[in-house]
Design a protein around this ligand. Structure first.
Ligand code: MD5
Ligand code: FE
Length: 203
């Protein structure tokens, strides 16, 4: 059953469990073409999370800023197409959370090793902020930090485990959020890592 996290935000515990193998296999095919890499922030720091993308648009960061791009800057080629099982999962999860007709054009793949983190930020590089964001957690559990509309609000902590899907829309769409440094562990399927698939309507 969908668990409300906050206005606009819903947690679907285990929603992706029965499709996790298909998602991981498809992710492996994407990153064989568009490898995971550590991006640079505009401030000049190397991100601890490794990223890649699939779909028409991909999120990247460099000294120049954050942006969505049709091409992988590493290869100059378009990002790999979004696998059907990815788009299908995202659409079904969004519908379960009350967002009918979600059609993502961008999927960011984030890979966390123990110690990797994502500092508090807002997702605001997308042109249509009325579309939700769907995120799928795979592998080691993470402590997700869910804040308010202002950076200085102390964030709530939410454990996200293998197979959990969160849908962030409405009032939560612009909430500050992040991921605490990943605790070490050994996931039976994925070992010492967490993979997060983040589906967005970017263009
Ligand atoms: C992650 N990734 O676990 C998260 C999942 C990112 C990112 O934050 O930008 O790559 S997406 C979580 C999210 C998105 C939009 C709004 C909110 C959370 N929120 O309101 O908390 O790797
Ligand atoms: Fe984010």
């Amino acid at each position: 059953a969908p668990e409300p996290i906050a206005p606009g935000a819903v947690l679907l515990r285990g929603f992706a469990l029965d499709r996790a193998e298909a998602l991981l296999q498809a992710a492996r095919q994407v990153i064989a073409v568009a490898p995971l890499r550590h991006l640079m922030t505009p401030g000049g720091r190397v991100m601890s999370v490794e990223m890649s993308n699939c779909g028409a648009l991909g999120w990247t960061s460099s000294r120049t800023g954050y942006r969505y791009d049709q091409a992988d800057p590493l290869s100059g080629q378009p990002w790999p197409p979004m696998p059907a099982c990815f788009a299908d999962m995202a659409m079904r999860a969004a519908a379960e959370a009350g967002f009918e007709g979600f059609a993502p054009d961008a999927c960011l793949i984030n890979r966390y090793e123990p110690g990797a983190r994502l500092s508090l930020h807002q997702d605001r590089d997308e042109s249509d902020l009325s579309a939700p964001i769907v995120s799928v957690s795979l592998g080691l559990p993470a402590v997700f930090l869910f804040g308010g509309l202002q950076r200085n609000e102390r964030p709530a902590r939410l454990r996200l485990a293998h197979g959990d899907v969160a849908v962030w829309g409405g009032a939560a769409r612009l909430a500050f959020h992040g991921v605490a440094p990943l605790a070490d562990g050994d996931h039976p399927r994925l070992g010492r890592q967490r993979i997060n698939l983040t589906f967005r309507r970017a263009g």
